[in-house]
Design a protein around this ligand. Structure first.
Ligand SMILES: *Cc1c(COP(=O)(O)O)cnc(C)c1O
Length: 471
């Protein structure tokens, strides 16, 4: 399997070459040259497999530069009941007639990012050992991504994590989750500033090519192809649990921010999994909902990006969206470049409303969308508690609302549960007047000793800290 860039760079790469990379050299995103096709006989075989073996079968179609026995061992080591809480790994439960919740948030940090990041940690350790190399992961987080990365990389050989976060701005629970890690290879850096300051620092350090090379700086952001690929697996696992045979269509609703999660659903559908509709659920930051309604993709400025009660969906642009648009325009790299380089670069938007391709988003690729507000979120949390005695987190609530708007009788609708309610306790308290129950292993974590350094919002200070802690 070879990978290409959405922006038309002539080079082709193998999986392990792009594993540790971010963007392609021309600024595009990596995609497989073609999506492997899965026929009904294969689906029938896969239906009976445990999650780790299903993961191995799917990953094998995209990874041909890791020996099969090694890849199988990596999957077996990653997807265990010990790490994800159940033998099913992603158990499905019916909430109401035809609406299901797929539990993706029972990993170490209680959000779905663990599903991909835990695999990435094991793949990184494997590939770095094979190359005799080291990697220093530098990141910026306002919550979920940073903790998922730290829990995936803790104790891994050859990898250090330097994670910046805005000092005092994460929830006490999120801070405790990250700062209580005592592993030597995990470095928490609280920056005096806001999340944008952290992101600017990561950009400034990565743009210093000499420093980047010398200290082998890498990232684990959501454009990483291996993360997206790992997420394809749970669409298959959800499909098999929602159906009794492989001729039935199923729809999925996905609480979305950077379009990574739902793009994995698009890949599963392109492989031939019978997905009828992919519903993109957004919050008040509705750049994606706007596109699927109107054909206009209009990136927001920082001042127009709202801080909401589903904060992991607060985006100004959706960094994985380019992957889908590449397929939408028939994999025409010149057309893609015009949209993402010329139009977005010049005017901050592009308009496909009059282009025949736009109609294909719904008709050929099965996309629909929806949008929620804070009031919708609270109402959905209350209603779901009252009618089904089930607590959902604010992001999953955004999904449920959009899902109900797109229900079709006879077609199961699977809503992806992207976090557990305890991570966003303040909004649960606002909706219900009480804190959600906390899993036993997280009791009292706020009182644990914290391992964190405070630094000013200054890239040079962060560089000096990395240099000091790299031997
Ligand atoms: C990251 C995240 C999302 C958004 O996922 P994308 O892949 O960026 O679209 C939604 N909900 C939660 C809880 C998250 O952590």
């Amino acid at each position: 399997m070879n990978y290409l860039s959405t922006r038309g760079h002539p080079d082709r790469k193998r999986f392990c070459e792009i594993l540790l990379e971010g963007l392609a050299p021309d600024g595009g995103l990596y995609l497989p040259e073609a999506y492997p096709q899965v026929d009904t006989a294969t689906l029938a075989k896969w239906r009976a497999l445990p999650y780790a073996e299903l993961a191995f079968e799917i990953l094998s179609l995209y990874i041909d530069d890791i020996p099969a026995a090694d890849l199988k061992a990596i999957c077996a080591k990653t997807y265990t009941a010990e790490v994800f809480g159940t033998d099913e790994i992603v158990p499905l439960r019916e909430l109401e007639d035809g609406v299901y919740l797929e539990a993706l948030s029972n990993g170490p940090t209680l959000a779905f990012k663990d599903m991909a990041m835990q695999l990435l940690g094991n793949l990184f350790e494997y590939e770095l050992a094979r190359r005799g190399a080291e990697l220093n992961i530098l990141g910026a987080t306002s919550g979920d991504t940073g903790s998922a990365a730290e829990y995936a990389m803790r104790g891994k050989k050859g990898v250090r994590v330097f994670m910046t976060s805005p000092d005092g701005r994460m929830s006490p629970f999120q801070q405790a989750q990250m700062f209580s890690l005592q592993d030597e290879n995990i470095h928490n850096i609280a920056i005096t500033g806001v999340f944008d300051d952290c992101q600017d620092i990561v950009k400034a350090v990565s743009n210093d090519l000499g420093f980047k090379r010398k200290y082998r700086i890498g990232t684990v952001n959501s454009i990483n192809w291996a993360r997206l690929l790992a997420q394809v697996v749970y669409y298959f696992a959800g499909y098999f649990q929602a159906t009794a045979s492989n001729d039935k269509p199923v729809s999925f609703t996905v609480p979305s921010g950077n379009f990574g999660n739902v793009c994995a659903g698009h890949v599963a559908r392109m492989m031939g999994l019978p997905i009828q509709t992919l519903v993109v659920a957004t919050n008040e930051n509705d750049v994606l909902d706007e596109f699927f309604r109107t054909g206009v993709y209009r990136v927001r400025a920082a001042v127009d990006t709202h801080e909401t009660s589903s904060p992991s969906m607060d985006i100004s642009k959706a960094s994985n969206f380019e992957r889908f648009v590449f397929d939408l325009v028939g994999r025409d790299a010149a057309k893609l470049r015009k949209l993402f380089v010329d139009d977005l670069g010049l005017q901050g938007s592009f308009d496909l409303s009059a282009d025949p391709a736009f109609k294909q988003a719904a008709e050929r690729f099965g996309f629909k969308s929806g949008r929620s507000t804070h009031a919708d979120r609270l109402a959905t949390i209350r209603d779901t508690d009252k009618r089904f005695a089930t607590l959902v987190d604010p992001h999953t609530a955004d999904g449920l609302k959009a899902a109900r708007e797109q229900l079709v009788p006879g077609v199961p609708m699977v809503v992806l549960e992207t976090a557990l309610p305890i991570k966003f306790a303040a909004t649960l308290v606002e909706a219900l007047g009480a804190e959600p129950a906390r899993p036993k292993k997280f009791e009292g974590i706020e009182a644990l000793p914290k391992r964190v350094v405070k630094l000013p919002a200054d890239a040079e200070a962060v560089k000096a800290y990395i240099a000091e802690n790299c031997d």
